[in-house]
Design a protein around this ligand. Structure first.
Ligand code: GTP
Ligand code: MG
Length: 360
């Protein structure tokens, strides 16, 4: 148990000896000890349990007839250096208008592209740590995972980890088989490695979409976008744009303008002037910008926005929602701040307890 707790701590999770942890976290620990975990619960069983807490929170009281299609939110995962960032760059350049070529600097950790008149939101969480952290805090922000695997390197430890995360989040997975331009690429080998992981490519009679791409030479990018839209079509990717906004904090920082938060609107529409509570902070949306730094007045579902006006910096993974009044927002933020303080104390105490046990 001490070794398990050490690994948990190493991953930023301060668990006590008899604490329940989620599958994803357990899977991570199992990996560290050289096991290949498999989740026992079939996905069908989960459906029967009804909507998740988060779903209830985001869509509480939602009239199904008010739901409208929204752009899918896609996360790109994979082993170090397999080409996630290059792939995201290639996707962006495919879609960014000519006058913006060269200005590739990413304003926020999330952006939206349009392909054949349809929008796709990408979350740029290059390391899966950020993704894991958000998941550990209960945030479910993505609809589809793109797993990048380099054709020369094949399946690597972090490929497996990323896959475990995507499965734990029950995301449909599309494989982007990258670097096919390399002379050392061995597509057949990677295809069979994928099959071994239960990702049997369609070409092999399975149902996993594997798109062969070269992010560097921008080959297969359109096929990948089409695959994403195809998968999105088979899912109920919907939200109600005509209600106050609810969503998740993707990232936050302070710059000369004060606290700046990148928010992903998941349901409802966020408007300039709205009062929001984001985790343990609150404020009035003074200004909003899209992923290219252009000012926005309104942000419908699946839009990533940079927001100014919060009193403090929220944490990645915090939920945000529109409040009725400034007073209500402040009270809620203060209650949460106090609760977080309390939890930190509890965690510190269980940590001290752990050290005592380790010494004993
Ligand atoms: P981390 O963020 O460190 O996990 O890496 P990453 O997955 O974002 O990989 P990145 O995009 O930084 O690419 C790593 C290296 O692979 C870079 O030198 C890229 O130029 C190269 N690379 C990426 N895609 C391709 C490709 O399609 N073909 C070739 N030949 N090289 C590529
Ligand atoms: Mg990268």
């Amino acid at each position: 148990p001490i070794d398990v707790i050490k690994v948990l701590m190493h991953n930023g999770i301060m668990a006590s000896i008899n604490q329940r942890i989620d599958y994803e976290t357990a899977a991570l620990v199992a990996h560290e000890f050289g096991f290949e975990p498999r989740e026992q619960r079939p996905p069908e069983a989960v459906e029967e349990e009804g909507p998740s807490l988060l779903w209830q929170r985001l869509y509480a009281g939602e009239d199904p007839s008010k739901l409208k299609p929204r752009p899918p939110v896609v996360v790109v995962l994979g082993h170090v250096d397999h080409g996630k960032t290059t792939l995201l760059d290639a996707i962006r350049r495919t879609n960014v208008a000519a006058q913006e070529v060269g200005q590739i600097t990413q304003r926020i950790g999330a952006y939206q592209v349009e392909y054949n008149g349809r929008k796709i939101t990408f979350l740029d969480t290059p390391g899966h740590e950020a993704f894991t952290q958000m998941r550990a805090r209960g945030a479910q922000v993505t609809d589809i995972a793109v797993l990048v695997v380099a054709a020369d390197d094949g399946v690597m430890p972090q490929t497996r980890e990323a896959l475990a995360h995507a499965r734990a989040a029950r995301l449909p997975i599309i494989v982007a088989l990258n670097k096919i331009d390399k002379p050392t690429a061995n597509i057949e080998r990677v295809m069979s490695q994928l099959a071994e992981l239960g990702l049997v490519p369609q070409e092999y009679g399975g149902d996993t979409i594997v798109v062969k791409v070269s992010a560097k030479q921008r080959i297969g990018i359109e096929d990948l976008l089409e695959a994403i839209l195809l998968v999105a079509e088979t899912r109920e990717i919907k939200a109600n744009p005509d209600r106050p906004a609810v969503g998740t904090v993707i990232d936050a920082r302070v710059d000369r303008r004060g606290p700046v938060a990148t928010l992903l609107v998941q349901n409802g529409t966020l408007k300039q002037g709205d009062i929001i509570v984001a985790g343990a902070t609150y404020g009035r949306v003074r200004a909003m910008f899209d992923d290219r730094g252009r000012p926005l007045k309104k942000a419908p579902p699946s839009t990533p926005v940079e927001v100014l006006g919060l009193s403090d910096v929220p944490e990645a993974g915090d939920l945000f929602e529109v409040a009725e009044s400034e007073r209500q927002a402040r009270e809620l933020a203060e209650r949460r701040a106090a609760e977080r303080q309390r939890q930190r104390q509890v965690r510190r105490m269980s940590l001290e307890d752990l050290y005592r046990r380790m010494q004993a």
